[in-house]
Design a protein around this ligand. Structure first.
Ligand SMILES: Cc1ncc(COP(=O)(O)O)c(C=O)c1O
Length: 444
């Protein structure tokens, strides 16, 4: 193909193989986005689409915010790329310090990568290497959770708990166990915030320890709120119990905060909301408000310190990416953190949480609504599946929302997910759930 396609409207959809998308259905009736500003996307025709999903859970500060785009532009003119193997540029240290300052307790050391999947694999590798360098190299087992999503690397899908993300890809990592999912409709339906029921499910970790012996287990990884499988907040007391069992047995606790980090639950990190300090936090998405790919891992001091031994000129961790701490990502990250601070966006999310939950729960009586869950500025709405066609109803709802209502929503199975930018107004929250109500009625 030699043609040059430069317009907003593509004339050939064949070449691009879209991720996590039914390609043939999409290419028959594409949902195209050409530009964005604040809480809106715009189609190539200029039609506004309210962003109910912060892009893909990432544009927490809203879209095309002037300070972020200006910082990226300035950085591109000044320094396009610098390696961070053996060299470094100043903004990488500045951003690491700013992230460390936001993270609770002594989560003070930041390793950069480029996505949530890389962040998860990095965290798992740091956990394995941590035990190795301390002389406990037999600790190789990893524990994830059913219904967990940790990206698409081999590490992430191994500890993840989504069957379609696993079953096509062979035997995955060996030595991985899974905790049970924390969701039970019977015990938790229509809960705002953290469910009362379910803390005891953390004790399953004790059973796994008894089965394998703690001396073989490196780490446990969980999302404080499982986002991708439908907004499943941790039950009250669950994370504390996981922490206590990990402490008892010398197991590292990893929070995957790729979605919950940077304000989604009204705090810089969910660890702060829940008052539980993990040993490692994986982050991505909101760190740059989605503007430039970036991810990373925040480690507690003792984890970092364990590596800082041996000859000073020897590499302590054999891991890293060409684009770790990319200058454009660092510039975008710094500008984004400034916006979060200057506009008090985490506090704003916290203040909006009750109104957001009210607006979501108002959809309770609509036809086919089986459950609604809310936490922070996130909501999951389970719809009854059409007989013999699981997922079809939510797909129709998403398609109708985009084309007929001017609203972007996320779907997983027959669950709708809403997680708007933190700059959304109360009136826009109302508008968003009104649109959701209409698509639920229309797709029933
Ligand atoms: C909790 C969690 N971890 C990891 C990932 C993977 O992130 P990425 O798509 O940037 O690789 C996601 C993406 O949604 C996520 O929600």
């Amino acid at each position: 193909m030699t043609s040059q396609i430069s317009s907003n409207r593509p004339n050939d959809l064949d070449a691009f193989w879209l991720p996590f998308t039914p390609n043939r259905a999409f290419k028959r009736a594409p949902r195209l986005i050409a530009r964005a500003k604040d809480v809106h996307y715009y189609t190539p025709e200029g039609r506004a689409v309210l962003d109910g999903t912060s892009g893909l859970w990432c544009s927490n500060a809203g879209h095309n915010r002037d300070p972020i785009t200006a910082a990226i532009k300035r950085q591109a003119e000044e320094l396009d790329y610098a390696p961070t193997f053996q060299f470094a540029h100043p903004k990488s240290f500045e951003l690491a310090s700013r992230i460390a300052a936001l993270a609770p307790a002594d989560l003070d050391r930041v390793f950069f990568c480029n996505s949530g999947s890389e962040a998860v694999d990095t965290a798992l590798k740091i956990a394995l290497a941590y035990h190795h360098v301390r002389g406990e190299g037999a600790r190789t087992r990893l524990v994830g959770r059913e219904r967990g999503y940790h990206g698409v690397g081999f590490g992430g899908i191994s500890v993840g708990g989504i069957v379609n993300n696993r079953k096509f890809f062979g035997t995955l990592l060996a030595g991985v166990d899974h905790l049970p999912a924390t969701y039970s409709r019977e015990h938790q339906a229509f809960t705002r915030g953290e469910p009362e029921w379910g803390a005891h499910l953390a004790d399953e970790l004790q059973r796994i320890v008894a089965l394998h012996d703690a001396s073989t287990i490196a780490a446990v990884i969980v999302e404080p709120m499982a986002g991708s499988t439908g907004v499943l907040p941790a039950p009250k007391g669950y994370l504390e119990r996981l922490r206590a069992i990990c402490d008892r047995h010398g197991i590292l606790l990893i929070f995957d905060e790729v979605i919950t980090g940077f304000g989604r639950l009204g705090y810089a990190f969910a660890a702060e909301r829940y008052g539980v300090t993990p040993d490692l936090i994986a982050f991505a998405k909101g760190v740059t408000s989605g503007s430039v790919p970036m991810g990373g891992v925040i480690a507690r001091q003792h984890v970092y310190d364990a590596f800082m031994r041996g000859p000073e000129r020897s590499i302590e961790l054999f891991h890293g990416y060409t684009y770790s701490a990319h200058p454009l990502a660092c510039a975008a990250g710094l500008a984004t953190l400034d916006l979060y601070r200057d506009e008090a966006l985490f506090e704003r999310a916290r203040a909006l949480e009750p109104a957001f939950a009210d607006a979501a729960m108002a959809l309770k009586e609509l036809p086919g609504v089986l459950d609604i869950r809310t936490v922070g500025l996130a909501a999951g709405i389970d719809l009854a599946s059409r007989p013999g066609a699981a997922g079809a109803r939510a797909y129709d709802a998403m398609d109708r929302a985009f084309h007929d209502e001017g609203l972007m929503i996320r779907i997983t199975g027959d669950t709708l997910a809403l997680c708007p930018p933190l700059i959304i107004s109360e009136a826009q929250i109302g508008e968003m759930f009104d649109k959701v109500a209409r698509v639920i009625r229309a797709s029933s």
